[in-house]
Write a new protein. Structure first.
Length: 286
């Protein structure tokens, strides 16, 4: 009788449960907040205080979310002790100048400080993407193509919210980042499929891709076109919200539903007595 490898419990990859929606909240808040700061370079220099405050708010909510996930939250200070090995430590260290510059932009309504915060925000976003990439036990996270995908997601989410804050300004920037997000995400999915991944991961990502494509890309593009033709801000604002919300949903899925671990594999099947060892076995994988 042939056994479906997905049913070999304890051997096939299984979904990790250590990182939940609170961990996802850090990537949602951090990506959106830094993306919003970067978007301010193109459409928020006349409102430095507003953009800096909202950007820091999202980053802060993300950090609060992951802090609540820690089993011993008051030991979070240990985060700063391993910059040579930990991307999470680097994220925490970069957060210090990010909040310092953002705080100056809020206090003094300073465009110069906001520009500095936006540039540091790019470094923060990169550190966040590398945190997942460093989780080598989760194939969907460790793939190098995910780094660019996560960065474009954060930038697109920030540009989407910038559209909301400015009542529809910045349509061209959002369109460019939307196209970049789509290309980077498609590249990630294809590379993941080509290089191999747990069946559970591929099923989850395939099931969520259609809604991500339609609600997160096609519909926003239609709304951007409608807003441009009729010179209306409401469709533009709705497009921005859809871009941001679709990115948040995909990050939540990536962290909580697609994060199947490595599982186990045999490089060669052993034999008893005489005979030759069989081929390698890696159950539960594409």
């Amino acid at each position: 009788m042939t056994v479906d490898p997905r049913e070999i419990k304890g051997v096939s990859p299984w979904l990790q449960t250590n990182w939940d929606m609170r961990a996802a909240g850090n990537f949602i808040g951090g990506g959106t907040g830094t993306g919003l700061l970067v978007a301010s370079l193109f459409q928020g220099m006349d409102q430095p205080r507003l953009f800096a405050f909202m950007g820091l708010l999202f980053v802060g909510l993300g950090l609060l979310s992951v802090w609540l996930e820690i089993g011993r939250p008051w030991r979070a200070v240990n985060l700063f002790f391993h910059p040579q090995t930990s991307w999470m430590t680097r994220e925490g260290l970069v957060a210090l100048p990010l909040f310092a510059l953002g705080g100056l932009a809020v206090l003094f309504d300073s465009g110069v400080a906001l520009t500095g915060a936006a540039l540091v925000g790019l470094v923060y976003l990169y550190c966040q993407a590398r945190i997942l990439n460093a989780a080598k036990g989760i194939p969907a996270w460790r793939h190098p193509a995910l780094v660019l995908a996560l960065m474009t997601m954060g930038l697109a989410e920030g540009a989407g919210l910038a559209m909301v804050l400015t009542a529809g300004q910045g349509a061209l920037l959002l369109l460019l980042l939307l196209a970049s997000r789509f290309v980077a995400w498609r590249h990630y999915l294809q590379r993941l499929k080509d290089d191999g991944a747990p069946l559970g991961t591929m099923r989850v990502l395939a099931a969520s891709h259609k809604l991500f494509l339609i609600a997160g890309h096609v519909l926003p593009i239609v709304l951007l076109a409608v807003g441009d033709v009729f010179d209306a801000s409401a469709p533009l604002v709705l497009a921005g919200l859809l871009v941001a919300a679709s990115g948040w949903r995909m990050k939540l899925i990536l962290i909580t539903k697609a994060a199947y671990n490595q599982g186990f594999a045999l490089p060669r099947i052993p034999v008893r007595g005489q005979g030759e060892a069989g081929a390698s076995v890696k159950p539960g994988w594409v």
